[in-house]
Design a protein around this ligand. Sequence first.
Ligand SMILES: [Zn+2]
Length: 448
Amino acid sequence: MGRIIQLVILTTLLLFSTFAAGQTAQPGAASAPAAQPIASQTGPAFDINAAVEAYLAKMPPARRAQSNAYFEGGYWLLLWDFLYSVIVMLLLLRMRWSAKMRDLAERLTRFRPLQTAIYWIQFIVVVSVLSFPLSLYEGYFREHKYGLLNQTFGPWMRDQLIGLGVGIVLGAILMVPLFGLVRKLGKNWWVWGSIVMIAFSAFVSLIAPVYIFPLFNKYTKLQDASIKDPILSMARANGIPARDVYEFDASRQSNRVSANVSGFAGTLRISLNDNLLKRCTLPEIETTMGHEMGHYVLNHAYKGLVMYGVVIVIGFAFLNWGIHYGLARWGEQWGVRGITDVAVLPWAVIVFSVYMFLMTPVTNTIERTMEYEADMYGLNAADQPDGEANVDMLLGEYRKLDPGPIEEFIFYDHPSGRTRITAAMRWKAEHPQSANEDEMKRPLFEGK
Ligand SMILES: [Zn+2]
């Protein structure tokens, strides 16, 4: 039975890649608009594929090449980040720095939860310092190179330090109960440990919009009535409490267009960034809000937690096995006494990183599937398929527009531009009255 499923999956993947080769091989994709003006494609003979190509062609080839290079570089960064972190953790273990940090914590207090917290503070500070060269390249120089960061070094560094402060506090909140469980429960710690981890994720989601995000950006209630009123109307129509629309000054960091649903239970809210407000038309803002409302109405915050919960439980079982495996072989060499010893943390990080690295396609698919659902919801709620296609193109500034299907499956946490625009044009084909000439003609990347 298992083999049959494997075969089916393999065959499907092969079919998809053949399909993709056909798609990307379409000639003249980059120079299509002159030959096929989007405006002429409405009506009964609407050609979905031609409309998709015409939208994709809105981005000049040089700009497209830059976006592809940026996004594909991100695939490699996944690997470099993983390997770099493994090297840092091995350094902490083999040089016995981890054991020394534990010894210091034990000298400072006899109270074990406090020992865990003191160890954690030393750990995260040392790891942040050792990882700084990679963070600096990845988060600062590389982003500037691609024109995606507005910050000078000072404000960027300030954000990093705030991030470290958040990491110190949140990490301590997670580590103290986790190591407490390991000491109390022995070999079954991972069952309750994974539940603590899931509860912790819900807790962070709950407090983030109120206590964490405002540390980095200013959040205000949306004021501009010409935008606010249609959004609130759509919100009411979709059964969403109207007070939940916020805007934030993302332009502090970059020109990226985005919006999100954040929070949990009582703090659940929809926020849109000032770049979206500045750079997009009302139909584009509406379709984006329709998408975010989709996350809200479809309860993605809760569904995501359940699906991630499964990933976490399996991950903790693997973590438990991996910790024992490593300790039996190298524990003495590292000066780590056992699983109840907080100095085991660098090894635990390695084991869990291996797992999460391998799970990348799974977690991405969990996210991407919900994003696609939100797109469908947004199209139906906002009735702006052309606005949707334009926003998808703007997102193409930092997300490769036209990947192969396997590439999309592995690396994409949102559907690609091609997938999203295809969905929008398919929707438009069934709703010809929703065609929007102004959106179709609107140039998106002039002077860039
Ligand atoms: Zn989304």
